[in-house]
Design a binder for this molecule. Structure first.
Ligand code: WT7
Length: 657
């Protein structure tokens, strides 16, 4: 861990209390939260049992919690099925014909899928998977765009106890291949093309290249998004979704799964080059995701809930698919870019479908802001009652814009802090209760014991910067890193191992401080993980993609604050001595190279060529120094010139002392 001094100059005094009208419509009062907090402080395990009871169980659990540092188990012996909890439980109620998903395609087509229809489609696909020989415990990779079929694919896996591994549709064939191979997926569900910014994204074509190097894949199921595209299909391996499901009845029984049966693997970036397969199980995840939707989104029968995340990220798992569907909510799903064909698209969608809850990311808000107020002002946004953000700290300016221009000073904003690893929201305001200050995710939800601590584990003073930890395991936490228990232990549980005072703290990787009101202010990552446009990237991942280029000798990637994206990536690159290149052309070539190795989201914003990188005597690249150079503007301007770090020799010496 970098024991750097974490400091912040942010001072924010504005405070916003929930309006009386919002409170009057909510079933959650200050008393509700107080009694939940009381129960949690008396017995946190009993608290979570209480929440788990809200789910449908085929058989109740025998053991509520087991802690064998650093491995946890929740609700062992209990049998449930998450697709049952998202679908079947609604069919005997008047939600059966309620819209589960309203989908708007980028070109403007609208599809409404009721709970009954969704159940049927999920069952048909589940039958098809079984027919192909996919068994309980097998891994199924999903590489799709934002279509309802992506949700169906996840739920179909959950129905038969297959483990889904959703891979973001923007990832390259290399990233796709690595994630399929690491998880040993036996089947890949994809689509011919996805539509984005008016273009067709050739998902099946990319999948074909990846599958050629994926020995474990036996079958692929291809959803036909376009009626006109020609898609090569490999006989015996590739199957059209519509053909495979055509003769299925659509009513297979859900597999009764142990609470600790794996639900999904989702790859995320860490501080080393290799992405981690974050491994989540069924019962605890479902319990806490369900609970958080109720508390944070104050979900109601009449809500139309719109989350702009992609299914390829954890937000798309917990808060597009499982969370809202467990509550029988109507989910608005949009296929394309929210600013396409004009910057007004997202606001038109909200007006057209009477969206009541909007959940998006600060980077998206900043991008909406950059187009000016006239776009949101052109649409009727009066259906909105609650706004949410996730992914990075929201700067107060963007918060105020979201609050006033979008929410018309009438909608609480829930700034939700969580991670792929925590599975569900950990820190957030309760919209009907919490007094909110822009820029802070406020306080942990009842049942979550989070704190800001020093490296020895002691609690920080008010406003003293420290490390954000979670002091007791919670049900929706990742159980391990797929295939790498040691990495799980190292990354999350070894900074604050058990001692005479506690049983070990979960380390989030974030720096934070707590103010005099108990609000937690996230101050960014303390490891080499950066947030670019709400996407989490490991700088080491981008570095290893760069050095994979035949002309590159060494690379160091750092982040630089960026107004819209949150962070921009700056790469310092040393070329092989023998390499002949034109810096301008090589700059573009390397950006394309990284795009191919990882995906467009990882392309560095700037590449700077240098004869050498500043290093410690032991050979460690001094990224801190590079960050300072970029921040102070010591070296700036022409990005294609060679940087000479020899002038930094004195700095290097100081650093070593
Ligand atoms: C990291 C987790 C959880 C879904 C999206 C990102 C940062 C997340 C907030 C917030 C400040 C935030 C943290 C965290 N982060 N939400 N509300 N305020 N920072 O999931 O890709 O797993 O990234 O995102 O640094 O550790 P992820």
């Amino acid at each position: 861990m970098h024991d750097q001094k974490i400091s912040s100059l942010q001072v924010e005094n504005r405070r916003f209390s929930p309006s009386e009208s919002f409170q009057a419509q909510s079933s959650i009062t200050a008393q509700t939260i107080e009694s939940l907090q009381k129960l949690a402080s008396q017995d946190v395990v009993a608290f979570w049992e209480h929440q788990a009871n809200e789910l449908h169980w085929f058989r109740k659990w025998e053991k509520s919690f087991e802690w064998n540092y650093p491995f946890m188990k929740w609700f062992q012996g209990g049998l449930l099925n998450l697709s049952y909890n998202c679908l079947d439980i609604h069919l005997s109620t008047n939600r059966a014909n309620k819209a589960a998903i309203i989908w708007e395609s980028e070109p403007g087509e609208i599809r409404t899928i009721t709970y009954r229809q969704l159940h049927k489609e999920v069952c048909k696909l589940a039958e098809a998977l079984l027919q192909l020989g996919v068994k309980k415990g097998d891994v199924v990779a999903i590489y799709m765009g934002m279509v309802p079929e992506a949700t169906m694919a996840m739920l179909a896996c959950a129905r038969i106890g297959a483990i889904h591994n959703v891979i973001f549709g923007g990832f390259s064939e290399e990233s796709l291949k690595d994630r399929i191979n690491d998880s040993k997926a036996v089947c890949l569900i994809t689509q011919d093309v996805a539509q984005r910014k008016g273009f067709f994204i050739q998902l099946k074509e990319t999948a074909d290249i990846a599958m050629a190097s994926c020995p474990t894949i036996q079958h692929s199921i291809v959803y036909q998004r376009s009626a006109t595209m020609y898609t090569p299909m490999q006989a015996g391996r590739d199957h059209w979704w519509h053909e495979l499901t055509a003769n299925k009845k659509g009513n297979i029984a859900p597999e009764q799964l142990d609470a600790e049966h794996p639900l999904f693997i989702l790859y995320t970036s860490g501080s080393t080059g290799k992405p981690k397969g974050i491994f989540h199980t069924t019962g605890g995840y479902a319990t806490q995701v369900r609970y958080s939707v109720q508390l944070v989104f104050d979900i109601r029968e009449t809500d139309v809930y719109f989350c702009t995340a992609d299914v390829g990220w954890i937000t798309g798992h917990s808060y597009i698919t499982y969370g809202p569907l467990m509550h029988g909510a109507t989910v608005l799903m949009y296929e394309g870019t929210p600013t396409y064909p004009t910057a007004g698209r997202i606001w038109e969608i909200i007006e057209r479908h009477n969206v009541t809850i909007l959940y998006t990311a600060p980077t998206a808000i900043r991008s909406f802001m950059s187009f000016g107020e006239r776009y949101p002002l052109a649409s009727d946004l009066s259906s909105l009652r609650l706004l949410g953000t996730v992914g990075e700290p929201i700067n107060p300016e963007a918060w105020m814009w979201y609050y006033s221009v979008i929410g018309k000073n009438n909608c609480p904003i829930v700034d939700t802090w969580w991670q792929t690893e925590t599975g569900s929201i950990m820190i957030s305001p309760i919209p009907s209760v919490t007094t909110i200050t822009p820029g802070t995710a406020t306080a942990p939800l009842p049942g979550v014991i989070a704190d800001v601590v020093r490296s020895d584990g002691s609690s920080c003073e008010i406003n003293e910067g420290g490390y954000l930890v979670i002091k007791h395991p919670v049900p929706s936490m990742a159980r391990t890193v797929f295939g790498d228990d040691e990495r799980y232990k190292q990354t999350y549980w070894s900074e604050f191992p058990p001692n005479e005072h506690h049983q070990g703290f979960y380390f989030t990787g974030d720096g934070a401080r707590k103010d005099e009101f108990g609000n937690i202010w996230i101050m960014g990552r303390v490891d080499d993980v950066v947030n670019v446009s709400g996407h989490r990237l490991g700088t080491a991942e981008v570095e290893s993609a760069l050095v994979a280029h035949p002309d590159v000798a060494e690379a160091a990637v750092i982040a630089k604050p960026d107004e819209v994206k949150g962070n921009a990536l700056i790469a310092f690159v040393t070329m092989n001595k023998t390499a002949q290149y034109d810096p301008k052309l090589m700059n573009e070539e390397l950006r394309q190279w990284v795009g191919k190795e990882i995906g467009s989201i990882a392309k560095p914003d700037e590449i700077r060529f240098t004869e050498q990188l500043p290093k410690t005597r032991s050979g460690k690249i001094m990224r801190r120094l590079l960050r300072e150079i970029v921040a102070s503007g010591t070296i700036s301007g022409d990005t294609t010139t060679l940087e000479d770090f020899s002038a930094l020799e004195s700095l290097r010496k100081q650093e070593e002392e």
